[in-house]
Design a protein around this ligand. Structure first.
Ligand code: CDP
Length: 572
């Protein structure tokens, strides 16, 4: 262990946070817990070798892809590929509550528990359950309500996550027509913040609800059981105001723009119709849907960073995109017998859904000398995402020619998706002949893999140049790794990069909306806000996200919840 720590620290040039994430989370260990890998090159070789079992002759190409963290597979792949442990290779699952009954709840607990045990995250729709006071046929006489069961699900996630290893992360979403809507929106606003601590909450808001809220119209709630129909009427604005206040006060619930999620999904047929989302919301899925993840690290494609000739190597980025699609598609096969629940395996093999995304956008912009949040940065980001989209779709079409399309593929139905219709004509013609994957793109938070790669997560701005990071009970004084490179390149200069607390939040929302046009699934992103932000700004951000075309949005006002990161004033 000591030797591994020494080697890892040497590789990461003394960066304890990166070395610790690598060794604790991802280095392969033997049955006695001894590390078998001390540095990322050993990890890269393991991944490349295993992926090449599906694609003969690809090992060296995959190695290039993984080297220098050009592409980092999702945490479950890093941990699980070639590991003797029973674990999944998929970060994301949507596990439905199949029926509104004690048996339905018990079945969900069983399937969620097994998914957590394998290291998967679980999203589910809690509004499947009848509201408080509804009649039940058993000795309980009346139901304690959907919201009351959320506490049970949260506790399960908490207990399963308390054992070290991977936390069992859980997302509970709710429809805007459920009679317990107001209780759902208030569910986590208790001042002690002790309720439903181990689950994220999101409202699946329809356009009708949002329009009713804006127009201050009455809003119908209803729920039908075999015994009765429960109805209530509220003012839509009452629910809306509650949502904004809760998000302002405690960063939750998040908001999903459900009509957009559904109409823009690529495969709304053949049992793949979207019904829920994964934990952080970036993958809307069918019941039992599964998605593996991986992210291109944009910082790795910048040539001559911090100089006037800095540029992005598009050819290498597109090559990496094609290889990454091939890699993730191979993981669908490598992981097919490692799903916690049989129906997940079936869903995964039917759609071959994968989630290729990106990270290090902010780093790339800084290296190119473009201020995050500027118009120029926005245009470049869109160009990058458009190219990734086209290369990814081209490769999936190519894979369909080589290995066959995903089993549920139906050309006529697939082409009905507005996302597919917006592809260039030449690409649509290829897509018509077949796609290997029902959906391909998704921007995940990249919470730990971005630390491993030493870049800013997803599409977020640089959080702070130096900060305190709380992880696994320890506090790290962290410095953004790019700072070191900047000092080296500029012989000790101090950069003036925009950070999470200086970037205009509306620009961030616009960036997310712009990129969403080129992402077939969704984008997970959290808008950081200063403590003194008024509620009205949160409201306007939500409305802007809706109007500009985001599929969802979450905000985090400083101090509104326990923080994982605390910014420190810049040094120097
Ligand atoms: O960086 P890493 O691959 O570990 O994960 P991420 O990009 O931060 O999160 C991607 C997805 O992994 C989330 O949306 C969840 O579905 C799942 N996840 C989870 O189940 N438990 C966590 N503690 C973090 C993520």
């Amino acid at each position: 262990e000591e030797e591994a720590i020494r080697l890892a620290l040497e590789f990461f040039e003394g960066d304890e946070l990166r070395a610790s994430v690598f060794l604790r989370r991802y280095a392969l260990r033997d049955r006695e817990g001894r590390p078998l890998e001390a540095t990322p090159p050993e990890l890269w070789r393991r991944l490349a070798r295993h992926a090449a079992q599906v694609d003969r002759g690809m090992e060296e190409a995959y190695l290039w892809l993984l080297q220098d963290f050009r592409f980092v597979p999702g945490g479950r792949i890093l941990f699980g590929l070639g590991n003797w442990r029973k674990s999944t290779l998929f970060n994301c699952y949507f596990v439905p509550i199949r029926e509104d009954s004690v048996r339905g709840i018990a079945r969900f607990l069983d399937e969620a528990m097994r998914t957590f045990a394998y290291g998967g995250g679980v999203g589910t729709n809690a509004d499947v359950l009848r509201p408080k006071g509804a009649k039940v046929g058993n000795a309980g006489v009346e139901s304690s309500g959907a919201v009351s069961f959320m506490e049970l699900f949260s506790t399960l996630a908490g207990v399963m996550g308390a054992s070290g290893g991977r936390r069992g992360a859980l997302m509970l979403t709710f429809a805007d027509t459920h009679p317990e809507l107001l209780d759902f929106l208030r569910a986590k606003t208790d001042p002690e913040r002790t309720r439903i601590r181990h689950a994220n909450l999101s409202l699946r808001a329809t356009d009708a609800f949002l329009e009713a809220a804006l127009a201050d119209e009455p809003w119908r709630l209803s729920f039908t059981t075999p015994r009765e129909e429960i109805r209530a009427e509220i003012r839509a604005r009452e629910a809306w105001t509650l949502l904004v206040e809760a998000a302002w006060a405690s960063a939750e619930p998040g908001l999903l723009f459900w009509d957009r999620v559904r109409t823009w999904a690529t495969a709304q047929y053949g049992g793949m119709e979207v019904q829920g989302v994964n934990v952080c919301g970036e993958v809307p899925m069918e019941p039992y849907g599964a998605c593996n993840l991986g992210s291109l690290n944009l910082a790795a494609f910048v040539q001559a960073p911090f100089t006037p000739h800095a540029s992005l190597d598009y050819a290498a980025l597109e090559e990496a995109t094609r290889l990454a699609v091939r890699f993730l598609d191979a993981v669908v096969d490598l992981g097919k017998n490692r799903h916690p629940v049989r129906a997940q395996k079936e869903a995964s093999l039917r759609s071959r859904r994968i989630g290729l995304g990106l990270m290090g956008l902010a780093d790339m912009l800084a290296m190119l000398g473009l201020p995050y949040g500027s118009g120029e940065a926005l245009r470049l980001a869109e160009e990058v995402m458009r190219r990734i989209k086209e290369a990814a779709y081209g490769e999936s079409a190519q894979l369909a020619q080589e290995k066959g399309p995903f089993p549920a593929f139906n050309a006529a139905k697939h082409l009905q998706s507005p996302f597919i219709q917006a592809l260039p004509e030449a690409l649509i013609q290829k897509v018509e002949k077949g796609l290997r994957n029902a959906a391909l793109l998704s921007i995940a938070p990249t919470g730990s893999i971005s630390i491993l790669a030493g870049v800013t997560g997803g599409i977020e701005p640089i959080f702070a140049l130096t900060y305190l990071r709380h992880a696994g009970g320890e506090v790290f004084l962290a410095e953004h790794p790019l700072l070191k490179r900047y000092r080296k390149a500029t012989k000790g200069g101090t950069p003036d990069w925009p950070t999470a607390h200086t970037v205009d939040p509306f620009q961030r929302v616009r960036l997310q909306a712009t990129l969403q046009r080129h992402v077939d699934q969704s984008i997970s992103s959290t808008v950081n806000l200063p403590k003194e932000t008024p509620k009205e700004v949160v409201e306007q951000l939500f409305l802007t996200a809706w109007k500009e075309g985001c599929k969802g949005i979450t905000v985090f006002r400083e101090g509104s919840r326990e923080e994982v990161m605390e910014p420190l004033p810049p040094v120097g």
